[in-house]
Design a binder for this molecule. Structure first.
Ligand code: NAD
Length: 370
């Protein structure tokens, strides 16, 4: 199989490409614009493979997409290219509308036109796998809301049937892209599959997201920012478990289906940060605990309180479950950042220094219409 992976220089896309090159006989074409979040250094372990090719292309550029489809003739597309950071989407939503919505539309049309040129066998084997997030579902009831009501009910989880209710410009743009993909499936019979996954963590994560930011700030003696009370709950999945799940879906998943992928690891943000501090206290001890650097800051506007995935369908139908526990995955992640200081320095090119983004005060200062 030859798989066209969009966004393959990003955090999850690069894990998918490393997984495919290192564990299968398939070929990969990595199509990536190389925004601030795309780094070819995340692919050094696979670039020498004759089963790997790279195309620096924007998914909004139809002519370039047509050229890539004609040149490489892929059997499947795994679409990960996106603007992916909620705080950035609050500061500047335009890029999110452009890449996540217009870009997905442009890619769908280029892929559909190419698919229409295929012979019967190739056409029925072709897959368009759209990779999305659990954030499209909005947020779930938080345990706080259950307290004192005298009911000992299990809290609900996101299933494939949960209605969409996105809260941020990021999640709304991803929800739009999911709707476009399903419309292409229904209207044109285009062979699409959608996956919605919970928060990922692991190696090669750009240091604007919670876990890498906290590890690097801790080591540099900087404050460890906690938004609001830090009681927001996320369901954490180790990125290599996600990569394995995605490969299963593109090779064994059923056309037209949606699969929710999650880690069975609901943790409050404050718990995540404290656990990182404890791991660092053991691995790189100093006089005081890293936890003393924890600083509470104003919450993110519109911050979702709880996400949690029911991944039963993935285990029942595709025999996938995560291999890492939160503890083993987090230890591996901290160790990776300790061992890969050079990657961290190189990806932070000077334009972004782990400063806070996405506050309404910042919007007011810019004179933006809030
Ligand atoms: P990322 O920000 O690390 O990487 C995105 C990649 O897309 C980068 O390499 C970037 O250069 C590329 N890109 C951006 N705009 C592009 C464009 N116009 N044309 C071509 N390439 C472009 O993102 P990630 O965390 O790896 O997420 C990948 C996908 O998975 C996204 O669609 C995201 O919504 C989804 N997802 C992420 C998470 C998570 O926790 N990170 C969870 C669930 C789903």
């Amino acid at each position: 199989m030859k798989i066209l992976v969009t966004g393959g220089a990003g955090f999850i896309g690069s894990a998918v490409i490393r997984h495919i090159i290192q564990n299968t006989q398939d070929s990969v074409v990595n199509l990536d614009k190389l925004t601030y979040a795309g780094n070819l250094e995340s692919l050094v372990s696979v670039v020498d493979s004759d089963r790997y090719a790279f195309e620096q292309v924007d998914i909004c550029d139809r002519a370039e997409l047509d050229r890539v489809f004609a040149k490489h003739q892929p059997d499947a597309v795994m679409h990960l290219a996106a603007e992916s950071h909620v705080d950035r989407s609050i500061t500047g939503p335009a890029e999110f509308i452009q890449t996540n919505i217009v870009g997905t539309y442009t890619l769908l049309e280029a892929a559909r036109e190419y698919w229409n040129t295929l012979g019967d066998d190739s056409k029925s084997a072709f897959r368009f796998h759209h990779i999305s997030t659990d954030e499209v579902y909005g947020d779930l009831p938080h345990p706080d809301e259950q307290e004192g009501n005298g009911l000992d009910q299990e809290l609900p989880l996101f299933t494939e049937q949960t209605s969409y209710a996105p809260s941020s410009p990021y999640s709304a743009s991803k929800a739009s892209s999911d709707h476009l993909v399903r419309a292409w499936l229904r209207t044109y019979g285009f062979p699409a599959i959608v996956t919605n996954c919970s928060n990922n963590y692991g190696p090669y994560h750009f240091p604007e997201k919670l876990i890498p930011l906290v590890i690097l700030n801790a080591l540099e003696g900087k404050p460890l920012p906690i938004y609001g009370k830090g009681d927001q709950i996320r369901d954490w999945l180790y990125v290599e478990d996600h990569a394995r799940a995605l490969y299963k879906v593109v090779t064994e998943g059923k056309v037209g289906e949606t699969y929710n992928i999650g880690g069975h690891n609901e943790k409050q943000n404050i718990e995540v940060v404290q656990t990182i501090c404890h791991i660092l206290d053991a691995m790189v001890p100093k006089v005081t605990s890293y936890a003393e650097q924890i600083t509470y800051v104003a919450d993110r506007p519109g911050h979702d309180r709880r996400y949690a995935i029911d991944a039963t369908k993935m285990s029942a139908e595709l025999n996938w479950t995560p291999e890492e526990t939160f503890e083993t995955g987090l230890c591996k992640t901290v160790q990776w950042y300790l061992d890969n200081k050079e990657w961290c320095d190189n990806v932070q090119d000077g334009s972004y220094q782990r400063e806070r983004l996405g506050t309404l005060a910042e919007q007011t200062e810019k004179g933006a219409n809030i």
